[in-house]
Design a protein around this ligand. Structure first.
Ligand code: PEP
Ligand code: CO
Length: 404
C-alpha cells in the first residue's frame, strides 16, 4: 500500500502522473535480487564486531554515481580504493575493518530546493535572461544537463538505475569483501526491490547490502524510517545539526527494537563547529542500543568557494573527525569509523584549507555529479590521519577507564 492519501513524501521527485511510474515499479518487482539476503546477514555479523568495538567500518564512494562512468574497470578501481582504506585502518588500529561502498545504486539525491536559477546570455545582444529549472535529482530521476527536458523526472531511468547497479554488483571482484550501500531515498524503487525469505517471509532489501536514510528524510514517523524499519538489512541514519536527542531516541527504538549489534549505524554529520556541543546529547539518547557511531565529516562542512562552486576544506573536515573522536573518548564509546565522499581519480573538488578555495577550479578536474569528493591522494592521507586518531581512542576505551 503506497498511501497516496497521506502527507507528501519528502524529496519525492515530481514524477509524471501518466501511469509510467507504476509500470516501471511493477517491472522492477519482477527483477532478480542484486544482493542475496544471506549477504546482508553476513554484513550484519561483520558490523556486530564494529558495534562491539572489535572492528572498524569505512563507508565511502561517490556523492552520486553517474551512469556514463559505470564500467567494470571503474568499479574495480573504486573497490581497490576501499580495500586500501581498510588496510590503512588495520595498520593503524590493529583491528579488522569492514568496507562498504557508496556504490552500486547511489543514484538519487535529496536537494534543498526543487528548482535552480539559470542565467543565459542571449547570443549577440549581451542581454541576460534568467530562468528556473528543476534541480538535478540523481541519475535515477533526471539528467544533469541544464535544460527543461533533461531535468524532467523520467521513470524509465529507474530501470536504467537497476541495470547499472546490476553491472556494478557483477563487476565487484569475488573475494574483495566490499559491501554496497546507497541512500534509500526513492521509496517506490526500494519497495519494488524488497524480497521475502524463509517460512516467516522476512523482508530484505535486495537493492544493496546496507541502506541509509538521509538527514533530510529522517522525520520521526516518516515513510523513509518506516521503510528502513520494514527490512532486515543493516541500516543507517544520517544525523545533522538539527537532529534532536528525542528524534534519536525514537529512531533507535523503531529501527533496532531487539538491540541487535550491527543492525543500526548512526552517521553524524554535525560540522566541525557543532560536533562538541551536539554529539554528547545524541550519544546519550542512543545509549541503550548497541549502535555503530560513524563520522561523516563532509556534509556539514560544505561551502561555496570564491568562484561559486561547492567545496570542502580538508583541515575543517579533519577537525570534525578529531572532535568526534574526542567526544566518543570522553563517553567511553568506540569510534566506529568514517563515512566519506571520495573518488579514485585525481580531481580537485575539495581544498586543503578554507583559504585555498579562493583559487578556483577548472572544469577538467572538478567532475562530481553533486558534492565535492576527496581525490585519491587526499582520501588516502585523510583516512591515515583519521585512523591514527581512532587508534588512540580505541586503546583508551578498551583499557576500560570509562564505562562502555
Ligand atoms: C549524502 O550523503 O550525499 C547526503 C545527501 O547526505 P545527508 O543526508 O547527510 O545530507
Ligand atoms: Co553528498
Amino acid at each position: 500500500m503506497r498511501g497516496t492519501q497521506e502527507a507528501p513524501i519528502a524529496q519525492e521527485p515530481p514524477w509524471p502522473s501518466d501511469g509510467t511510474l507504476d509500470a516501471v515499479l511493477a517491472e522492477l518487482a519482477g527483477r532478480p535480487a542484486l544482493v542475496p539476503a544471506a549477504e546482508a546477514e553476513r554484513l550484519i555479523r561483520r558490523l556486530a564486531e564494529v558495534a562491539e568495538g572489535r572492528a572498524h567500518l569505512v563507508q565511502a564512494g561517490d556523492c552520486v554515481e553517474l551512469f556514463d562512468e559505470v564500467s567494470p574497470a571503474a568499479t574495480r578501481r573504486k573497490v581497490a580504493q576501499l580495500t586500501g582504506f581498510a588496510e590503512t585502518f588495520e595498520a593503524h588500529t590493529g583491528l579488522p575493518t569492514v568496507t562498504v561502498g557508496r556504490l552500486g545504486g547511489q543514484f538519487a539525491k535529496p536537494r534543498s530546493k526543487p528548482v535552480e536559477r539559470r542565467v543565459d546570455v542571449v547570443p549577440g545582444s549581451g542581454v541576460t535572461r534568467v530562468s528556473w529549472l528543476p534541480v538535478y535529482r540523481g541519475e535515477a530521476v533526471n539528467d544533469r544537463e541544464p535544460s527543461e527536458s533533461a531535468r524532467t523526472a523520467d521513470p524509465a531511468r529507474l530501470l536504467r538505475a537497476y541495470d547499472k547497479a546490476a553491472e556494478i554488483h557483477a563487476a565487484i571482484p569475488a573475494g574483495s569483501d566490499v559491501f554496497t550501500s546507497h541512500e534509500a531515498l526513492l521509496l517506490g524503487y526500494e519497495r519494488a526491490l524488497v524480497r521475502r525469505h524463509g517460512p516467516e517471509g522476512v523482508a530484505y532489501s535486495a537493492s544493496a547490502h546496507l541502506l541509509w536514510i538521509g538527514d533530510r528524510t529522517r522525520a520521526p514517523r516518516g515513510p523513509h524510517l518506516d521503510f528502513a524499519a520494514s527490512v532486515a538489512n543493516p541500516v543507517a541514519v544520517k544525523l545533522g545539526p538539527s537532529a534532536h536527542p528525542a528524534d534519536v531516541r525514537a529512531l533507535v527504538d523503531l529501527l533496532d527494537p531487539h538491540r541487535t549489534p550491527g543492525r543500526l549505524t548512526l552517521i553524524t554529520r554535525l560540522g566541525a563547529a557543532n560536533v562538541h556541543a551536539a554529539l554528547p546529547g545524541l550519544l546519550a539518547a542512543a545509549a541503550s542500543h548497541p549502535v555503530i557511531w560513524l563520522c561523516d565529516p563532509m556534509h556539514a562542512n560544505t561551502f561555496i568557494s570564491g568562484c561559486g562552486r561547492k567545496t570542502r576544506a580538508v583541515d575543517t573536515m579533519l577537525a570534525e573527525v578529531d572532535g568526534f573522536a574526542r567526544v566518543l573518548r570522553a563517553h567511553g564509546t568506540h569510534p566506529g569509523g568514517l563515512h566519506l565522499e571520495v573518488t579514485p581519480d585525481q580531481v580537485t573538488e575539495c581544498v586543503p584549507t578554507a583559504t585555498a578555495a579562493e583559487h578556483g577550479f577548472d572544469a577538467e578536474s572538478y567532475r562530481t555529479g553533486c558534492d565535492p569528493r576527496l581525490s585519491r591522494t587526499q582520501a588516502a592521507a585523510f583516512v591515515a590521519r583519521a585512523a591514527a586518531g581512532f587508534a588512540g581512542v580505541t586503546e583508551h576505551v578498551r583499557s576500560g577507564v570509562l564505562p562502555g
